[in-house]
Design a protein around this ligand. Structure first.
Ligand code: ADP
Ligand code: ASP
Ligand code: MG
Length: 412
């Protein structure tokens, strides 16, 4: 007997047919004698529809009520599956985030899970009830509904797995595992049998949305055994999937494990700023005070060494606010021009083997230049290298790098 959290994403519960298939997967696990918690996303497209509804109602829709609206899609999925399981003779009950409760930080739209009251969940599991929990939602200390950021049901599932000390957290999705790159963009991408937490964390934060970044962080910090599986395979079929695990359980450490792309950033450039101490600090502190996360930063000195250009990236949906803040600095910084570019993509290569192999960056830059892909900004860390390029070249860059590092030949 194992205790397992099964999480199903939006496409996996996207229709009556898909929900029926999920019920069959749950039944097959119950039949094996396992204790099951199911965590569900909203039906595909539903969260987008709810977000658009709030936008249509008001351009300044209140954050706390926004969370009440956009968390509702998950409630529908949970009630729907639980009802279906009961009509098929499987004892189940749904528990919403606030009923458990799943306690989060106060911030709406991207709250962090702080505590999960697991005692009653465990009692129900011991009574062989399947518990169906809507992902993505929690309750803050003021008793208000919160949501965990896009893709947050992954994090709900992993946090619940940690809280109930589950043997596995299985993330069922529309692909059969984590691939060397997004299989919908790179036709030669290969499924990885295993990937380390560290690499998965980088891949996720650099655009591989198969797992939400915080879910990987939570799994790594709590030793949750995380598997990524397809909800589209037949019942009884051998589940291949990908195991996300500690680095030392992977014998063959590749230099490059995967290539990821993100088109969620905008680039802001301020040209001709007077080059005096404190300029970068002034710009970045104005952004930080407004809660805007800055990712990549480059500063260049001009020929005359009197002025400087500063480029940085922020999430797309914060670029308008960042632009307003920069306009507010125009007199103190007396810059020449403010350029906002939404037409960018960040392409990254990730691999733990980079720690001990020099020359990977130069290979990456050479391959891109040989393919006429211009690099705007570069940033590196121990196990990843990222570059900013023109958004229109995203798939070309992904495929070029994937081929160059021979990731299509991966077997592990
Ligand atoms: P769900 O609705 O199940 O949460 P998501 O759409 O959030 O599913 O994530 C699955 C998608 O992630 C896949 O359809 C795929 O296009 C994308 N993806 C991006 N990078 C990768 C990768 N390296 N491996 C697998 N899938 C990836
Ligand atoms: N439904 C939410 C979203 O679309 C959460 C999730 O699916 O993980 O972002
Ligand atoms: Mg997802």
């Amino acid at each position: 007997m194992s205790r397992i959290v099964l999480k199903f994403g939006g496409t996996s519960v996207g229709s009556v047919e898909r929900i029926n298939h999920v019920a069959k997967i749950v039944k097959s696990e119950v039949d094996l004698g396992n204790q099951i918690v199911v965590v569900l996303s909203a039906m595909a497209g539903e969260t987008d529809r709810l977000i658009n509804l709030t936008k249509e109602l008001s351009s300044s829709f209140q954050d706390s009520e926004y969370d009440v609206v956009i968390s509702s899609g998950e409630q529908v999925s949970a009630g729907a599956l639980s009802g279906l399981l009961n009509s098929s003779g499987i004892k189940a009950q749904s528990r919403l985030g606030w009923q458990i409760p799943i306690v989060t930080s106060g911030d709406h739209k991207s709250a962090r899970i702080e505590a999960i009251h697991s005692k009653e969940l465990i009692n129900l599991l011991e009574l062989n009830e399947v518990i169906v929990i809507p992902g993505f939602q929690g309750i803050n200390s003021e008793g208000r509904i919160t949501t965990l950021g896009r893709g947050g049901s992954d994090t709900s599932a992993v946090a619940i797995a940690a809280a109930i000390d589950a043997d596995f957290c299985d993330i069922y999705t529309d692909v059969d595992g984590v691939y060397t790159s997004d299989p919908n963009k790179v036709p030669t991408a290969k499924r990885l049998d295993k990937i380390s937490y560290e690499e998965m964390l980088e891949m996720a934060s650099l655009g591989a949305k198969v797992l939400q970044t915080r879910s990987v962080e939570t799994a790594m910090n709590n030793d949750v055994v995380l598997r990524v599986l397809s909800s589209f395979s037949d019942i009884g079929e051998d589940k291949k999937g990908t195991l996300v695990c500690p680095e030392d359980s992977i014998a063959d450490k590749k230099i490059v494990t995967g290539v990821a792309a993100s088109t969620n950033d905008s680039k802001l450039t301020l040209t001709g700023i007077k080059d005096k101490p404190g300029v970068a600090a002034e710009i970045l502190s104005v952004l930080a005070d407004d809660g805007i996360n800055v990712d990549m930063i480059v500063q260049n000195i001009s020929d005359d060494r009197k002025t400087t250009d500063l480029t940085y990236t922020v999430p797309n949906d914060e670029s308008t606010r960042a632009k307003e803040l920069m306009e507010g600095l125009s007199s103190s910084l007396s810059y020449k021009e403010l350029i906002v570019d939404n037409n960018i993509a960040k392409i990254s290569i990730v691999g733990v083997g980079m720690r001990s192999n020099a020359g990977v960056a130069s290979q990456m830059f050479r391959v891109l230049s040989q393919n006429n892909i211009n690099i705007d900004v570069i940033s590196t860390s121990e196990i990843k290298i990222s570059v900013l390029i023109n958004k229109g070249l995203t798939e070309k860059a992904l495929n070029t790098l994937h081929d160059h590092f021979e990731l299509g030949n991966t077997t592990n």
